[in-house]
Design a protein around this ligand. Sequence first.
Ligand code: 9MJ
Length: 670
Amino acid sequence: MNQSVSQRMQELEELLNRYNKEYYENDEPSVPDAEYDRLFHELKALETEHPDLRNASSPTMKVGGKPLGQFKTVQHEVPMLSLDNAFSVEEFEAFSKRVEQRLDTNQTVTFCCEPKLDGAAVSLLYENGLLVRGATRGDGQSGEDITENVKTIRNVPLKLSGDVPERLEVRGEVVMPLGAFERFNEQARLRDEKVFANPRNAAAGSLRQLDSKITAKRPLHFYAYSLGVISETTQLPDSHYMRLQQLKDWGLPVNIEIKTVESVQGCDDYYESILARRDSLNYDIDGVVFKVDSVRLQQDLGFVARAPRWAIARKFPAQEQLTTITGVDFQVGRTGAITPVARLEPVNVGGVTVSNATLHNADEIERLGVRIGDCVSIRRAGDVIPQVVSVVKDKRPEKTEAIEFPLHCPICQSDIERVEGEAVARCTGGLYCAAQRKEAIKHFASRKAMDIDGLGDKIVEQLVERDWIKSPADLYRLSKAELATLPRMGSKSAENLRNAIKATQETTLARFIYSLGIREVGEATANALANHFKNLDALVAANSEQLQEVPDVGAVVAHHIVSFFQESHNQQVVAELREFISWPEGEDASSVQSDRLTGNTYVITGTLSTMTRDEAKSALEALGAKVASSVSKKTTALVAGENAGSKLTKAQSLGLSILDEEALHELLKD
Ligand code: 9MJ
């Protein structure tokens, strides 16, 4: 029996060592964390049961990976520890009991609660307030000198302010925010460059660039969460939480979700509240960390092989899981873009059952080397659709099937065309294609377009499937009696819907342009076009050069607009719509009323009490301002409501002006 146990232990060690190397040294894991954790757990359990079989160099005794030798090596004066994990409330309670027993106390222990950021751990050394060295964690004893790279991270201060200790080592996590990560990968896919499996690998890979100019282009963000070396003469508070606040006062970024609680119940509440908001945070977290808040008590507790006894990470459900691809569907979008979607054996990812995941496009299928029947890693994070991130080739079954990209549209059989140099393949059917028609009409009726109250996606699908609607103009030809024959549509609802459709016959030119669904013409561009051309005929007649005179319209958008109006079936749709729809022509053709704020860019965050964020956005845009979704150096000011989060921290670290709700009203009033 011991023969097979020891064999299994050796097997697990080998697998874990290989996965560690992929994860820490190559930034390219072949299996999700959940699979790694499962094997790690299995090995740990076997080691506890059979301590005599434990290998001294077991992966359970180590932190991270070896330095790669490309950078200078840095010896950590104080080891950079990892954290033990608790996967259930019971495991956390056991930790808390151990703490109380070791401290020999029945007083409640105060814990500092922190989100567990899923990025790359780094150490920053400040001497006389100046950043003199940045290092990776490496194996915890020694890491790599990445000073030039950390200096390029925008929210890492090169100089601290105030009365700073002579030597101060700050530790924390470097992350790539989710939105930035998605954009980065999208660009990389288009250019056929390296795509990262997740933001953590992207952050770690970016920090390990030998050319810091490359790191500088990566959108990285640092959060401080602990201290290493501090000059002996320095007096600091005993509370870890208060020490973090002190770091903040010296100019270091500290996550705003960090707080202290008094009991196990407090920790549980914190866990639940962060878990509930996980998808709305702009960075990946894989759990929360609970730390005994008193540094004196932390010292009493000490640490074991790889982790402190005074802290534990309570893990969240993993955002990546393994499953099998059972088939591939090809979906047709509003503009005809064909998206391959993998059908999966249902799998729970981060608390949600996932049975489909996007494969993006044909190039991505090739890049992944994926086949039907393959075991794949699925990632679901934030509010983006689940994605296939990698294929576990080791687990490929004997029988797999190639994925054939169709040559004809699966809905209307029109040819599928792929323009040279473009990653996307498109159905050429236009509004002849029922799939495109459905999406085009859903877009036409949507809130920011014609805003047809009560015309939900299901109704649009039924109308198209019955062939009652061949183009958006047909909506205005529907009678109450026809609508009343739809399933679950009473005579009153039919009348309401008919009236809601009628009510949109008077609109604005900007809404009308947006509702046409021209590629890359979003709400802001539609506004700018309406404002510039003042009437539809002028827009339809404009050539590419004239279109590019409009702010924010470049060659690509101009090309899409020209091609749209050149298509004869689009000309027909527009002509038909004009029979029903009108807007005030001339000066105030768009919803932009003034150009008082032209050239200014605002970002809105948090909850406003007197208006919705959409209303605030429209009000600012009506004065010519742009409203962006993320804070950057180009942002004029941040409008921050209640409970503003990371955008506020970022704006503060960039020194931007912050407007509260009152200041926003002042700005709009002038
Ligand atoms: C992360 N990853 O967010 C620690 N961590 O403390 C936080 N990691 C840590 N703390 C001691 N918030 C070792 C690691």
